[in-house]
Ligand binder design. Sequence first.
Ligand code: NAG
Ligand code: NAG
Ligand code: NAG
Ligand code: NAG
Ligand code: NAG
Ligand code: NAG
Ligand code: NAG
Ligand code: NAG
Ligand code: NAG
Ligand code: NAG
Ligand code: NAG
Ligand code: NAG
Length: 311
Amino acid sequence: MAKGVLFILCLITLTAALSTAENVDYTFGSTRVRFLGKSPNFQIYPNTSLSSYLQLRFSKFEERDSNDNKVQGHSVESLASADPAWTAGNSTLSDGTNLTYVRMTLNPANRTGFKADCSGNNAGRRMLAAPSSTSTNATVIVTLYFGLDQNTTFPYGLNKTVSVSKGGLKFNVEYSNWPFCNDSNVLGMEIDLLVKGDTAAQSNVSTATDGAQVLSVALGDNTTSNIYFANYAYEAKNGTRNMSVGVSLASNSSKSTVTLRLPNPAPNTTVYYDPTVTVSTENGQGGSAKGIQTTVWSALLATLLSALLLA
Ligand SMILES: *[C@@H]1O[C@H](CO)[C@@H](O)[C@H](O)[C@H]1NC(C)=O
Ligand SMILES: *[C@@H]1O[C@H](CO)[C@@H](O)[C@H](O)[C@H]1NC(C)=O
Ligand SMILES: *[C@@H]1O[C@H](CO)[C@@H](O)[C@H](O)[C@H]1NC(C)=O
Ligand SMILES: *[C@@H]1O[C@H](CO)[C@@H](O)[C@H](O)[C@H]1NC(C)=O
Ligand SMILES: *[C@@H]1O[C@H](CO)[C@@H](O)[C@H](O)[C@H]1NC(C)=O
Ligand SMILES: *[C@@H]1O[C@H](CO)[C@@H](O)[C@H](O)[C@H]1NC(C)=O
Ligand SMILES: *[C@@H]1O[C@H](CO)[C@@H](O)[C@H](O)[C@H]1NC(C)=O
Ligand SMILES: *[C@@H]1O[C@H](CO)[C@@H](O)[C@H](O)[C@H]1NC(C)=O
Ligand SMILES: *[C@@H]1O[C@H](CO)[C@@H](O)[C@H](O)[C@H]1NC(C)=O
Ligand SMILES: *[C@@H]1O[C@H](CO)[C@@H](O)[C@H](O)[C@H]1NC(C)=O
Ligand SMILES: *[C@@H]1O[C@H](CO)[C@@H](O)[C@H](O)[C@H]1NC(C)=O
Ligand SMILES: *[C@@H]1O[C@H](CO)[C@@H](O)[C@H](O)[C@H]1NC(C)=O
């Protein structure tokens, strides 16, 4: 008995020591992003003087068929072991805006268990120019931009842009040459949401005028985060093909998961998706409703960084 307790205490102490040693904080103005060690977990504090935070976990990518069944061998189930390559740097946009970026590059084929071909699937097999191709150049790139020092815009679609405010964050997902087994298959991407690390984030989903799905998550301290996910993607940053993206939320008492259903771009090979996510916090009745754009962007940033930290 005493031994068991001691063991558990040791375990707790060890765990605490490890996570204390490995937590990494990034603070931008009043927003803090904290990574909980080399795990897929990170927390976003919209306001460092309050205790509330949102915890996100960028969990996996997996191809799904039109019945929503997973395609065997065509998924990266755990970013915790995905070993992506990543780069970070500062850069200046043509309008003079300075920013910092973090980019994660994942080559699924480098993962054991990932198969280029479609054998062993009921989903059927698309006839490829090179039959029984056993290799793939599939690449998934997630880029996060943050620390913008003035309001600016980013291209999203030919002659179109999305605006990001000073201090904001922007995030995009790009993938190429994914070896889809069927033209109607999609690439599912999951993000788990928790509030204060232990409670499933209770989110309300609404639809913005432009069709974006808006997730409103109550964080406590009278703070609400709104995350906007666009419902379309393009075949290139300056693309003209508007392809639909499904956004759904599944929630139970222990977990809330946002799932993006990204398109198969055939006959093109690339997809460029800009969730145009902005996070805002509002003070309750008494306070002034202060939109803090930084917050939502932080959430996305955190997502990206967490994926990177898994390396
Ligand atoms: C952060 O919260 C404190 C305490 O409620 C408040 O005074 C302050 O204005 C908040 N900061 C921002 C940027 O909203
Ligand atoms: C995947 O493997 C290829 C060939 O070994 C290598 O060039 C590439 O950098 C790897 N990708 C990642 C993300 O590590
Ligand atoms: C970007 O610039 C900031 C501020 O000058 C600096 O602290 C940071 O280390 C730089 N980041 C990179 C990746 O160069
Ligand atoms: C961007 O950084 C450069 C060099 O540090 C600086 O001269 C310039 O004023 C900055 N731009 C803005 C918009 O602050
Ligand atoms: C692709 O999926 C559609 C819809 O499920 C199905 O009817 C079709 O047979 C599939 N094609 C192949 C080649 O399996
Ligand atoms: C991957 O890219 C290389 C170099 O561009 C090319 O030679 C090779 O055929 C590609 N492989 C596949 C499976 O597309
Ligand atoms: C995009 O802008 C360019 C340059 O202004 C113009 O020539 C072109 O017609 C525009 N294309 C569309 C689809 O609006
Ligand atoms: C930047 O954008 C914000 C929000 O859209 C706006 O309130 C602010 O006035 C803009 N600032 C400048 C200098 O344009
Ligand atoms: C969701 O909507 C319900 C009913 O309208 C409301 O009671 C709840 O506070 C909302 N939750 C969030 C996170 O906004
Ligand atoms: C939340 O709002 C209520 C009502 O306006 C206020 O009494 C309370 O102090 C606020 N809590 C925080 C943490 O700001
Ligand atoms: C889109 O961008 C690519 C690469 O930057 C360029 O080669 C192409 O001409 C552009 N297309 C249009 C229609 O502007
Ligand atoms: C996408 O595919 C269409 C049809 O094949 C082609 O006309 C277009 O140039 C492609 N777009 C890009 C960005 O490659």
